[in-house]
Design a protein around this ligand. Structure first.
Ligand code: SAH
Length: 342
């Protein structure tokens, strides 16, 4: 079986070239080609014919096919549907902000976290994405856009910390100066809160932006919405976030999708404030996007106003996240794995 060359870092490639008696600078040459969207070894014209042949005998170059591209008429947000060689497909979303072009990428085909309000988990988990397949979503949407992507959010389909090794490798590749060279802090990783993996990120001193999907400050509500909560509960999650801040110097951002009659009560805003007021942490409020199969509704204006009044009065640092790509089902929690699209 051939190996996945695009999941290798320059250091990995150097080790490979040393093992076949090639000079170390080949690593940089090949890495640059791959991150320049080369899809065949025959394009790598600064390598000898023999070396190109050897590489294509041992490796394959991942390159997804663009099955579909939809552009929002409201805000220009673009949703891509990509198909990988094994027939699985996932989505990415390209958004234009004042600070530049941001791509929201998927990290798994499907998801097994089972959050009650989310579309991505409906069919369960099919498989993890390789580091190369996460990188491809940036490389090929950037090529299609014809403009540099400066920010990346791991907030598409899947739970990044449930695919830990590949996601860590992806971060190494995407931030590498010989490749896309995306700033570490310009990458946000969003998690439903797998505590031992947050601790692992702290240990590895990963300084990307860590966003935690909180969605409720009390265990009863959070466990109802997110099965992951039943392991250590909210208290253990907040402790892990504090340990992460202590180790990396980077404060965690919390995500909170407001759901009518579930997590939009003033007493919950008070509890949130007990945790977050004057902590320097940022709270991102999102209005729940309706997923027809899920049976939850976004919160109404009156409860939203009452909720945010408490946050304001108590000194919680929060923003309401803009809803982008609403007309093309590209908004938070609406991405889903498409099967049999071939
Ligand atoms: N698995 C990761 C990242 C993917 S989801 C995580 O849980 O964080 C990206 C964000 O969208 C998460 O905050 C998730 O909770 C949120 N989300 C999921 N379904 C949603 C919906 N229907 N409306 C609004 N946000 C939703």
């Amino acid at each position: 079986m051939k190996s996945d060359i695009k999941s290798l870092s320059p250091t990995d490639l150097e080790a490979y070239f040393a093992s076949i008696g090639e000079r170390p600078f080949r690593a940089e040459q090949v890495f640059r080609w791959l991150h320049d969207c080369a899809t065949a070894f025959s394009e790598m014209t600064n390598l000898s014919e023999a070396l190109r042949q050897r590489l294509s005998d041992e490796f394959y170059i991942s390159a997804p096919e663009m099955l579909q591209k939809q552009a929002s008429k409201i805000d220009g947000t673009v949703k891509y549907l990509w198909r990988f060689d094994d027939g699985n497909s996932i989505e990415s979303v390209l958004m234009e902000y004042e600070h530049g072009l941001t791509v929201c990428i998927s990290t798994q085909v499907g998801c097994r976290m089972g959050c009650a309000f989310c579309a991505s988990t409906i069919g369960g988990l099919e498989r993890n994405l390789a580091a190369s397949e996460m990188l491809d979503q940036i490389l090929f949407s950037q090529r299609d856009a014809g403009k540099r992507i400066s920010n990346v959010v791991l907030m598409g389909i899947g739970e990044p910390l449930d695919n830990f090794e590949n996601v860590m490798k992806f971060l190494e590749l995407a931030t590498h100066p010989l490749g896309l060279n995306i700033g570490t802090r310009h990458i946000s990783l969003s998690t439903c809160g797998i505590v031992e993996k947050i601790d692992k990120m702290a240990e590895l001193d990963i300084k990307s932006t860590l966003a935690v999907s909180l969605h409720a400050p009390d265990d009863e509500t959070r466990s109802r919405l997110m099965p992951i909560n039943s392991s250590g509960g909210v208290a253990e999650l907040f402790s892990a976030c504090e340990r992460y801040f202590a180790a990396t110097g980077r404060r965690v951002t919390y995500e909170y999708a407001m759901i009518g009659g579930v997590n939009d009560y003033s007493w919950q805003a008070e509890l949130l404030a007990d945790r977050l007021a004057h902590s320097g942490s940022h709270l991102n409020l999102i209005l729940l996007n309706e997923v027809p199969e899920r049976g939850f509704a976004p919160c109404g204006k009156a409860s939203f106003d009452a909720f945010t009044r408490v946050l304001k009065d108590r000194g919680v640092n929060y923003t309401l996240r803009r809803r982008l790509g609403g007309d093309i089902d590209a908004a938070c929690g609406q991405l889903r794995q498409r099967k049999g699209m071939a």
